[in-house]
Design a protein around this ligand. Structure first.
Ligand SMILES: [Fe+2]
Length: 289
């Protein structure tokens, strides 16, 4: 086994692509397939069968609600998809409701404090949810419900993992499937297969170093692992195939964490002129039962 630490360089291709996609690009991204006509929620509060089929086949589905659901109905809807994972990170606890609902409210101006960034005007780098957790603690689904889209332009960005894998060489894919984060609790490999689909557990940590370990029988060197991670990041931020959610009050979106990386474009949050129209989404993380 070898260990190493990946550190991004200012000259890496993904740094420029990331800046353009998430921070400077001002164009609205195309919507995911079918999101222009969201499904209505079933009268019984169930996800309709054809919405579930869309989620199964395409990895994301949008539903239109007359009004955002109250907390107990939101959690009930999540329970139909699996088991909601409790929010226990002390940094987010002030934003947690009923243990499992995270209120994503943009109330801070741009900040370097990673813990505050989900609640600020920053962009959020691409990631799969809970990428450093062992597989049973990584959610299968992320459910997002919009209370208030806010006045900014922040979009939730989705990048299909299959398209990312297609941009990598067989050698790079093999290296990533034998590489994992160096941390306690048996994190999963960066790349695995679910059926025939490539599935990544990976976050772009940006300027933060990523300590990794690599285990394969063929004597791969640290430079090769770093190069595969660098290639993965460039593939993630390649703009072809990237889609974005433009939020409206009452829009509910379910994202399959094994189909898409997700992130967020930068919004605008004024510290000096707090607006009552702050962006407010609620999130559930759902593990498969
Ligand atoms: Fe996330």
């Amino acid at each position: 086994m070898i260990e190493g630490s990946f550190v991004e360089r200012a000259t890496d291709r993904h740094v420029r692509l990331r800046r353009h996609l998430l921070r400077d690009g001002r164009q609205a991204l195309p919507m995911p397939a079918g999101f222009d006509r969201p499904f209505p929620l079933g009268l019984d509060g169930e996800l309709p069968q054809h919405a579930l089929a869309r989620l199964r086949n395409r990895g994301a589905v949008a539903l239109r609600l007359d009004e955002p659901l109250p907390a107990h109905r939101f959690t009930a809807l999540g329970a139909r998809l699996g088991h909601a994972i409790a929010e226990t990170d002390p940094a987010v606890l002030p934003y947690v409701e009923n243990e499992v609902i995270l209120n994503l409210v943009s109330r801070h101006p741009e900040t370097d404090d990673v813990a505050v960034q989900p609640f600020a005007g920053n962009f959020l780098s691409l990631h799969s949810e809970s990428s450093g957790q062992p597989l049973p603690r990584q959610p299968r689904y992320i459910v997002l419900m919009c209370h208030e889209p806010g006045e900014g332009t922040a979009q939730t960005v989705l990048v299909p993992m299959e398209a990312v894998a297609d941009r990598l060489s067989d050698r790079q894919l093999a290296v990533l499937s034998h590489t994992r984060y160096q941390r306690a609790g048996a994190p999963s490999a960066i790349l695995r297969r679910v059926g025939v689909r490539p599935v990544f557990s990976f976050r772009d940590f940006m300027a933060q170093p990523l300590a990794w370990c690599h285990q394969s029988p063929d004597g791969t060197g640290a430079d090769t692992v770093d190069a595969a991670i660098r290639a993965l990041l460039a593939a993630m931020y390649t703009p072809d195939g990237v889609v974005g959610v433009r939020w409206q009050r009452g829009l509910l979106v379910v994202i399959d964490n094994t189909f898409f990386f997700h992130g967020r474009t930068a919004g605008r949050v004024s510290a000096t002129h707090p607006t009552p129209r702050r962006r407010h989404l609620q999130r559930l993380r759902i593990a498969e039962v």
